[in-house]
Structure formats: structure tokens, C-alpha cells
Design a protein around this ligand. Structure first.
Ligand code: SAH
Ligand code: SF4
Length: 348
């Protein structure tokens, strides 16, 4: 059970839980959508603003489920247009969120947990440890604040900030549904992506969800020993089991997941590693995303030469595996993949 239920107030509840809470109070179901609109479409900061809800109900809700309005406490602008935010949720909880504008689009990379328990060797979040799960509304709040800050609609949302989304599965799914809802942010399901370090039970559940959400899996090595070393949180989980889950996912959902692979000089970029990746992808419907590893303090990892990624793409292509290099955004403000740190104290 996540600790967020105690600390997130109304933002701990997904749409079904909001409906149940209103039901217990004897309210009709349509109130749920009213509440969702107030919280996530309009970004109400208190029940006082919700003037079309009966005063008695507002008092009741305020007592049981406080609204903790999120607040941007720090904002950094990259020269490429990317913005990184430090956002205060309830109490002392701070998370980082990134807004990535591209022509005609705005993508928000949001966090699903404060910190992360997985401890991946190359990731700043993993190095900082785990603080707590976020509630669904706390994830949606991050996306909404970025939309407000850019003054434009968010077209894409990716659960690729801090945390492991499938270690907080129910809340993450609740958030995806609110992001997708016309009464929430109205983002198309196909434009909402979850990235997991490869928690197989989560992948299996995700395959059963009716919406066309997109899945990305962080692989980083198709050699068991290398992967176990880089990703201690999933060490011991056989790569073959992950592969089977990906086949089942593609069959069940009809969707093509992507595999993320951060290329690290002399760690996972040898020919043997490439061959293992080609073998892993054989018969799989996937897209491989190569990411030149972003440097993180003290990890000691360096990115592979650019020539490595180009060669890998060529060779993967020759074996029928679609691959591309993810363009790096926001590295000058530590907003690129893996550079989000868990901070515990406000600096402003
Ligand atoms: N916990 C999830 C989602 C958040 S991490 C996951 O691991 O998938 C988002 C992505 O950034 C993942 O693919 C992750 O492997 C990648 N990443 C982490 N640290 C990185 C680094 N230093 N350089 C490049 N990518 C990194
Ligand atoms: Fe957690 Fe993902 Fe970072 Fe690994 S890469 S520590 S799973 S946030």
C-alpha cells in the first residue's frame, strides 16, 4: 500500500475512488466529473472555488480530502527550449518535471514517485533512493502546471521522470486515465507513454488495459550479467521472461513497445552486446531507442562514441530491427534522461 494515500489528500484518488468517495457521501455520479474538471481542467486550489458544488459537500470534502495545490518552486530554462521544474507537492515532497517543446508539440516528462528504489547505476534518481509513491492527481498536477507555464496544450505525456511507474501501478494508471480524459487534460492515449525498468507483472497487466497507451521498456543490455549489474532493482529477473512478456504484450495489445538502451562506453557497447541485442529482438515487434548515456555525478560512466550508435542502427536495421537515436534535450540544465535528482529541501 502506498504512503501517498495519507499525504496526497484528494490527489491520492483516481477517478473511480473519487466516484466511490462521492457515493459514500450520497452524491450522484455526475459530481465526479464536476470534481475532475475543477481539479484537473481548471486547476482549482481549494474547494471554495468549486461554486457549482453544494456548500455542505465542499465542507465535507475539505475535511476528508484536503486539496494540496502544487507549486513550482524552481524553474530552469535550457537553451534548446526545454524547461525543468522543481515542484512542491504536499508537505515536504518535491519532484522534478520536464517540459519539452518541439514544433507544434509540447511533451511533458512527469514523475511517478519521489525518488526511486531501483538503484540503476547510471541514473541520478536511482542514486538518491526512494522517498514515496505519488498519487494519480499529483502526477496530473505536474503535467497541468507545465501546460500553464508554457501557456499551451500538452500534446504528449511520458512517465519517464523520477520513479518506476509499475512499482506504483494503480496510481500511474489512474493518472494516465485522468490525463486522457476530456475532463482532465484530454491527451490522446497513444500520446501517453509509460517507461518501465522491466517489471514483468506490470507489463502483463498493462497489456490488458483497454486504452492504447504506449509502452517503453528500459533494457540497457541484453546480456544478463551486464543488465543485473547496471540495474540491481531487477537483477535476477531472467531476460527470457522479459522477452516473453514483450511478445505477450505485442500479441495482446497489437502495439509495438520501444526498448530504451543507454549506450555506455565499454560497459554495454561491445559487439557481443550488440549481438545479444539483435538476438533478443529476433521475432519481437519493437523499436529500439538508443540514448547516448547522460553523465551523472559519480557514476563514472561515459557515453559511447557517436560512431557506435550509427553502427548499431545500421546493424540492427540489417537484422530487421527498427532503431533510432533519441535526441538529447535539456542536458545543460540537468533535465535529460537520468539526470533528475531527488531533492529533499527547497532552495528558494
Ligand atoms: N523508471 C523508469 C522510468 C524513468 S527513467 C525506467 O527506468 O524506465 C526514464 C528513462 O531514462 C529510462 O529509459 C532510463 O533507463 C533512462 N535513463 C536513466 N538514466 C539515464 C542516463 N544517465 N542516461 C540516459 N538515459 C538514462
Ligand atoms: Fe529508477 Fe528508472 Fe532511474 Fe532505474 S532508470 S533508478 S528504474 S528512475
Amino acid at each position: 500500500m502506498s504512503a501517498s494515500v495519507d499525504v496526497a489528500g484528494i490527489k491520492a484518488l483516481d477517478r473511480e475512488q473519487l466516484a466511490d468517495a462521492l457515493d459514500v457521501l450520497g452524491e450522484p455520479r455526475y459530481r465526479t466529473e464536476q470534481l475532475v474538471r475543477w481539479l484537473y481542467l481548471r486547476g482549482a486550489t481549494s474547494y471554495d472555488e468549486m461554486t457549482d458544488l453544494p456548500a455542505g459537500l465542499r465542507d465535507e470534502l475539505a475535511g476528508r480530502f484536503p486539496v494540496y495545490p502544487p507549486e513550482i518552486v524552481e524553474r530552469r530554462h535550457s537553451k534548446d527550449g526545454t524547461r525543468k521544474y522543481l515542484i512542491a507537492l504536499s508537505g515536504p515532497t518535491l519532484v522534478e518535471t520536464v517540459g519539452l517543446p518541439t514544433s507544434g508539440r509540447l511533451t511533458v516528462c512527469f514523475s511517478t514517485q519521489a525518488g526511486c528504489a531501483m538503484g540503476c547505476a547510471f541514473c541520478a534518481t536511482g542514486q538518491g533512493g526512494f522517498v514515496r509513491d505519488l498519487g494519480p492527481g499529483e502526477m496530473v498536477d505536474q503535467v497541468r502546471l507545465v501546460a500553464e507555464d508554457f501557456g499551451t496544450r500538452v500534446t504528449n505525456a511520458v512517465a519517464m521522470g523520477q520513479g518506476e511507474p509499475f512499482a506504483n501501478y494503480d496510481a500511474t494508471l489512474g493518472a494516465l486515465r485522468l490525463l486522457n480524459s476530456p475532463n482532465g487534460l484530454g491527451i490522446g492515449a497513444r500520446h501517453i507513454t509509460v517507461s518501465t525498468c522491466g517489471l514483468v507483472p506490470g507489463i502483463r497487466r498493462f497489456a490488458e488495459e483497454p486504452e492504447q497507451f504506449t509502452l517503453a521498456v528500459s533494457l540497457h543490455s541484453a546480456v544478463q550479467e551486464t543488465r543485473d549489474r547496471l540495474m540491481p532493482g531487477v537483477a535476477g529477473m531472467p531476460l527470457e521472461t522479459l522477452r516473453e512478456a514483450l511478445i505477450a504484450y505485442a500479441n495482446r495489445s497489437g502495439r509495438r513497445p520501444s526498448l530504451e538502451y543507454a549506450l555506455i562506453d565499454r560497459v554495454n557497447d561491445s559487439s557481443a552486446e550488440l549481438n545479444a541485442l539483435i538476438e533478443f529482438c529476433r521475432g519481437l515487434l519493437v523499436h529500439v531507442n538508443l540514448i547516448p548515456v547522460n553523465t551523472v555525478d559519480s557514476s563514472g560512466f561515459a557515453r559511447s562514441d557517436d560512431e557506435v550508435a550509427a553502427r548499431w542502427i545500421r546493424e540492427l536495421g540489417e537484422h530487421g530491427v527498427e532503431a533510432s537515436v533519441r535526441s538529447e534535450r535539456g542536458a545543460d540544465i540537468d533535465a535529460a534522461c537520468g539526470q533528475l535528482k531527488q531533492r529533499t529541501q527547497r532552495t528558494t
